[in-house]
Design a protein around this ligand. Structure first.
Ligand code: PMT
Length: 396
């Protein structure tokens, strides 16, 4: 997503400047062309040579020190940038930007910039909460700059509260999301993720190995593409992305009820959750006592949620998943037809490193018109963007 993008990373003088080093490294690894600009105060925390080595580009600290005399760097660099990121942004930097002060490389560059600007404040909680800083942040928002809300936790100054710079991997995701095409603007998307939990008694249940990563990646990618996203999910091993409406559920019956209540209003519905096909016929109100010898639990079939939605659909684009261990194409095509879906995403969950719990997946996308597309192994995040780019073709 950031591959070949020109990003100007502006580092101002706070202790969180060290995190900007890891961010530079992650951006470069992801293929971005990173230029780093630093304030004099930032140089008190991290050496210029560190950013130069990590970015493999000159580092800009002085507006009058031109690396190339044929160019004016504080105009040329922002002109060539696809995105400017200020991380960490100190209270002083925010105040200068809010008031149009241009007295160093960063502030002159941003004043001259026409590309999007992201500002990630990091400071002591009281400095952040001061009316002056709050007002300045509001001013930056009114310029159209995106403000990353600082995290809450232990601050370097000893206080506990808001003011932490997000972790570099979180900043990377926010930066990546800027470059996702807004194909789903104005669309409502409903995604399911994770396993369902079918109770045996108050302390035991039947479930499966789904982590929720595939569904969460789809929800996050749909959000980045501009959709209004609702995520109906069983227990997840990863957090729900910000900006996504989350509805936690437990059993397949809960999921069915939740989906039916929301289905009609959606443009796109994606069922990537691993829903139980069977549940215990009897749910014990008290903990089931150990019996000597084998124990038999009678199971009954759950309602097939996807099939129920397939029967009900009118204008919605409906997507199912199929977790297979053999005869992938035959089983997937049968599910596509039986459940009346528009797209069926089939994954071979017996392949090591993909499917349940993994960070990557490889799938074949089957369409109702009989065509199919193989999507090779990649991160679930990248795959989600690719899948949604296909689904958007079918949205009415
Ligand atoms: O969560 P992760 O760890 O990231 O793993 C991702 C995944 C492997 C769970 C995901 O990629 C996946 O394959 N999800 C579908 C799992 C599944 O339930 O497959 P299935 O072939 O059993 O079911 C087919 C479809 O019917 C699915 O869309 C399922 O949500 C739906 N279904 C199944 C049973 C049921 N009672 N109701 C349903 O709606």
């Amino acid at each position: 997503m950031v591959n070949d993008r020109n990003i100007l990373l502006c580092v101002s003088g706070g202790i969180a400047a060290y995190k900007a080093c890891a961010l530079t490294s992650k951006l470069v690894q992801a293929g971005a062309n990173v230029r780093v600009a630093m304030t004099q105060s930032a140089e008190q925390f991290v050496g210029k040579a560190t950013f130069q080595a990590l970015s493999r580009n000159p580092v800009y600290t002085d507006v009058f020190k031109e690396h190339d005399p044929t160019k004016i760097a504080h105009i040329d660099i922002p002109d060539a940038s696809d995105l400017i990121v200020v991380a960490p942004a100190t209270a002083n930097m925010i105040a200068k930007l809010a008031n149009g002060i241009a007295d160093d490389f960063i502030t002159t560059s941003i004043l001259a910039a026409t590309c999007p600007v992201i500002v990630s404040p990091a400071m002591n909680v009281n400095m952040l909460d001061h009316p002056a800083t709050r007002r300045n942040i509001e001013t930056l928002k009114s310029f159209g700059y995106q403000i990353i809300e600082p995290g809450v936790g232990n601050l370097a100054c000893g206080w506990i509260g808001g003011g932490r710079l997000p972790e570099p991997e979180d900043l990377l995701r926010i930066i990546e999301s800027q470059f996702v095409p807004k194909h789903l603007l104005g669309k409502r998307v409903l995604v399911t993720a994770g396993p369902t939990v079918e109770r045996i008694d108050p302390v035991r249940f039947l479930s499966n190995d789904s982590s929720g990563k595939m569904g969460v990646a789809l929800a996050e990618a749909a959000r980045d593409m501009g959709a209004d996203v609702t995520l109906v999910h069983g227990p997840l091993q990863i957090p729900v992305p910000a900006g996504v409406t989350a509805i936690p559920v437990e059993s397949s019956a809960d999921m069915l009820e939740t989906m039916l209540a929301r289905f009609d209003a959606q443009h796109l519905v994606i069922k990537s959750a691993a829903v139980a096909d069977y549940r215990p016929k009897t749910v014990h109100a008290e903990k089931h006592k150990k019996v000597h010898g084998p124990l038999t639990i009678e199971l009954e079939e759950t309602t097939d949620i996807l099939k129920t939605l397939g029967m009900r659909k009118t204008t919605q684009t409906l997507v199912g998943f199929a977790a297979e261990t053999e005869h992938l194409e035959t089983h997937a095509r049968a599910k596509l037809e039986k459940k009346r879906v528009d797209y069926l995403v089939a994954n071979d969950v017996s392949t090591p490193g993909v499917g349940f719990g993994a960070d990557e997946n490889e799938v074949t996308l089957f369409r109702a018109d009989g065509s199919s597309t193989r999507l090779p192994r990649q991160t679930k995040r990248q795959l989600a963007i690719e899948l949604l780019t296909h689904f958007k073709e079918g949205i009415q």
